[in-house]
Design a protein around this ligand. Structure first.
Ligand code: ZN
Ligand code: ZN
Length: 262
């Protein structure tokens, strides 16, 4: 690797890191602003944890260095031609097809990797993420560096063995970012028929239950693996239905506190 290569890598890395940070703060601010106006959509309404906003943001700024390193390394490997197959030429068919295939494979990676992180040997690396029992929009990247590498190294290994176009790999990361930050926001705006059985799609309640109950809902984009392996929270579908139907009232105390989350 020449010094010119190193400069290219650092440019890709910087673009990934600062781009993701910008998206993290912009999306986080917008979601908090929306949620303050919809306190009735809060999922864990009775929990009164201390505010972890500063801790979560600081940890995210650190762990994103690992996440973005993995993505940058994958893109750099493609640019150098170090991959098993050359990336497919980007067309509508290859783009949409590979985005779908990549999401399904990432979801499998995430499910089984996440199950591993919950084993006795590895949980010490994942415990930090679970300190957020009622997750907020800032919790998505509140991980240890080992935890971040375990889940996000997909973005390095995957392009080495699959002909995924670079833009699709970036698109998957952006999708995962948007999905992950909304999935940790603690407020349910997306519950409907398409997010419960028999659909494999999920809404915010899915990962919120993982933080509240620990032993359920390990997947990322879809509920498929959890349904197949018996790890779906027994009340997931029911809770989605409840959010779909009711318009819960908000107490004056909750209103005064602005929902208590950020
Ligand atoms: Zn977990
Ligand atoms: Zn989480």
């Amino acid at each position: 690797m020449t010094s010119g290569d190193l400069v290219v890598f650092l440019k890709i890395y910087a673009a990934c890191y600062f781009g993701t940070l910008a998206l993290y703060f912009a999306q986080g601010g917008i979601v908090v602003w929306i949620n303050r106006r919809h306190l009735d959509r809060k999922i864990q309404r009775d929990r009164k944890d201390r505010d972890r906003t500063r801790i979560e943001i600081w940890q995210s700024v650190k762990s994103l260095l690992v996440t973005c390193f993995c993505l940058a390394a994958g893109l750099f490997a493609q640019w150098k031609g170090w991959t098993l197959f050359a990336p497919l030429e980007l067309t509508w068919i290859s783009g949409i097809g590979m985005l779908f295939v990549s999401a399904v494979l990432f979801d499998a990676w995430f499910y089984w990797g996440h199950r591993l992180m919950h084993t006795r040997a590895l949980y010490k690396h994942h415990l930090w993420h679970h300190r957020s029992v009622a997750p907020t929009v800032w919790s998505n990247y509140s991980d240890t560096l080992v935890d971040a590498f375990a889940m996000q190294s997909f973005y390095f290994f995957y392009p080495l063995v699959m002909p995924v176009p670079s833009l699709v790999l970036i698109g998957l990361r952006v999708w995962d970012h948007i999905n992950g930050q909304i999935g940790h926001s603690g407020f349910e705006h997306f519950a409907d028929r398409s997010t419960r059985f028999p659909s494999p799609m999920v809404c915010v309640t899915f990962h919120d239950q993982h933080h509240e109950h620990f032993h359920y809902n390990f997947a990322n984009f879809f509920s498929l693996w959890d349904r197949l392996c018996g790890t779906l929270h027994p009340r997931y579908d029911e809770q989605v239905k409840t959010f779909e139907q009711k318009e819960p009232s908000v107490s004056a105390e909750e209103k005064a506190k602005g929902g208590g989350t950020e």
